[in-house]
Design a protein around this ligand. Structure first.
Ligand code: TMP
Length: 252
């Protein structure tokens, strides 16, 4: 790792460094895992490497179908070059099947398919535990404008449709996922693009046949085999065919 470059931001699972050109950043994937707003923490050796690859794969595919996003190219095992965006402080969650906080909050059985996908917004603010918000809060506090929210909703639906098909094709049900968006400026005009990451840290992925969880719930719920499950997702997507050897050899 180049130690001279400037660290701009360190989050729970990733670090952002300044990029080689203006308007670019380097996104570094750490092995750190947190849950329940960082009350639970661990280092899962190899997680960053796998998530870098899975996010590269998914973001590239999305770029290919016209879902513009921040991904430019993967640089090495843990880093990717991305476009700098002005992050919109929202976590956009899309759900196809009842799970997690939806199950708890509304007392619905986990695993119940939803009649249509549901999109929810959460205000990205650790100190407040990322509270759920409505479009009215978002516009009242100027986190995003109404046209930006419309773009976010339409893009989230497209991402959901595409990813449901992609994962379904490899025997995985996309239960839900969280994405983030950022603004890019072109002269006086800004536009909203998909940013952050898409990986088993930010999705619920269940084996379509057995229902086995292949995502971060294995960590949240102390189910074990977290890295093995992330590697299984990568393997099914046809990436990191050499994964078992790489894990044994250590991922640095
Ligand atoms: P939830 O059921 O806990 O609200 O999570 C919904 C989806 O969002 C799930 O796929 C996990 C993902 N998620 C994150 O990526 N980051 C978070 O901080 C939380 C709470 C959920």
């Amino acid at each position: 790792m180049n130690t001279k470059r400037k660290k701009l931001y360190e989050g729970k699972a990733k670090i952002l460094y300044e990029g080689p050109e203006p308007g670019t950043l380097i996104q570094y994937f750490k092995d750190d895992a947190t849950a329940f707003n960082a009350q639970k923490k661990a280092t899962l050796e190899g997680k960053g490497v796998i998530n870098n690859r899975i996010s590269e794969f998914v973001m590239s595919r999305l770029n290919g179908i016209g879902v513009t996003n921040h991904f430019i190219k993967r640089l090495n095992l843990r880093e990717q070059l991305i476009r700098e965006v002005e992050i919109i402080p929202l976590e956009v969650v899309c759900r196809n099947v009842v799970a997690g906080s939806l199950a708890t909050r509304l007392g619905q059985a986990e695993g119940t398919p939803l009649p249509r996908s549901i999109i929810e917004f959460y205000y990205k603010k650790d100190e407040l535990n990322d509270p759920m918000v409505t479009e009215e809060h978002i516009t009242a506090f100027n986190w995003a404008t109404t046209p930006e929210i419309d773009d976010i909703l339409a893009t989230t639906q497209r991402v959901n449709d595409y990813l449901c098909g992609l994962f379904n094709g490899v025997g995985i049900t996309l239960v839900d996922f969280k994405i983030e968006f950022g603004r890019v400026w072109e002269g006086d005009f800004s536009r909203v693009i998909l940013a952050d990451e898409i990986s088993p840290d930010s999705c619920r992925l269940w084996d379509s046949t057995t229902g086995e969880k292949l995502d971060k719930d294995r960590f949240r719920r102390d189910m074990g085999n977290v890295i093995e499950s992330y590697a299984e997702v990568a393997r099914r997507l046809g990436i990191m065919k050499d994964m078992p050897t790489v894990i044994q050899g250590g991922l640095h």
